[in-house]
Design a protein around this ligand. Structure first.
Ligand code: SF4
Length: 75
């Protein structure tokens, strides 16, 4: 089942952990804050829908994010 992924840009401190761990899904925006790569992006740069085979990668980033800025739910 695909996943809805969102980065809370109000919480993100731009430390780069998520895009180091899972560059298939996350990338640095202009200010270093995380955004979703274009391939999976939705209407906003900080949200998207990601295929199930990247669930482990997303989960690693979600749990590693020091401020809990990565939100994941089933799409
Ligand atoms: S791991 Fe969290 S704080 Fe760090 S860049 Fe990603 S979303 Fe932002």
């Amino acid at each position: 089942m695909p996943l809805k992924v969102k980065v809370d840009l109000g919480l993100c401190i731009a430390d780069g952990v998520c895009y180091a761990l899972c560059p298939q899904v996350f990338e640095a925006g202009p200010d270093g804050k995380s955004q979703i790569v274009k391939e999976y992006r939705g209407g906003e740069v900080n949200e998207g829908v990601v295929p199930d085979d990247l669930a482990d990668c997303v989960e690693q980033s979600r749990t590693a994010c020091p401020v809990g800025a990565i939100l994941v739910e089933k799409a």
